[in-house]
Design a protein around this ligand. Structure first.
Ligand SMILES: [Zn+2]
Length: 189
């Protein structure tokens, strides 16, 4: 994943331009695409992701090990103004902030996302305040908290609301203890 194309290369610029069209501010690649929706482009005898080529030819070399991410959340977009480099972790955070992940993933990166959802659930501030803090819409916070989204993520031990709900569900013959941790463990089993 080294530098594939020189910045300003006229051939690469010409091909990107010819193979993409303006769609609502994005430059959407109209050629072949990967199963994830990224444009694909042959360059120097190898198949590359079009947005990575666009980044290098318009902005410069991609640092080793870095991903080229989309501000616009539109995989086929090759508009250099919509691209930025980051780590895979940045990509994960970016996705959750945009609310693209409606359910946990089975990849090795799922821990971070789940942690963020847990943090959102455990946050004692209002939906409005939390939405502002995470840069997402209030309805998403509300959906996460009400269990419409990410329902499989349990609340953090000690989350008052969760503990209260759980107490209501517990059979009367087994009264809830006052220790939030114990109750949460039972609920998570
Ligand atoms: Zn775009």
């Amino acid at each position: 994943m080294n530098c594939k194309v020189q910045k300003g290369d006229p051939v690469a610029l010409g091909r990107l331009s010819a193979m993409s069209e303006d769609v609502g501010g994005c430059r959407v690649y109209v050629g072949s695409k990967s199963n994830k929706g990224y444009g694909r482009i042959w360059w120097n005898g190898q198949l590359h992701q079009a947005h990575r080529i666009s980044y290098e030819v318009n902005i410069g070399p991609i640092p080793a090990g870095k991903h080229v991410l989309h501000r616009c959340d539109n995989p086929p977009c090759v508009n250099p103004e919509h691209l930025f480099v980051g780590t895979n972790m940045d990509n994960v955070q970016d996705k959750i902030v945009k609310g693209r992940q409606h359910r946990g993933e089975t990849t090795g990166t799922s821990k971070l996302k789940e942690e963020q959802v847990r943090a959102i659930k455990a946050d004692t501030r209002s939906n409005t305040a939390v939405a502002r803090a995470y840069g997402v819409v209030k309805s998403l916070i509300s959906e996460i908290r009400s269990g419409k989204k990410w329902a499989h993520i349990r609340d953090q031990p000690g989350n008052e609301e969760f503990v209260t709900k759980l107490r209501e569900k517990l059979p009367r013959s087994k009264p809830a203890t006052t220790k939030g941790d114990t109750i949460t463990e039972r609920g998570a089993a």
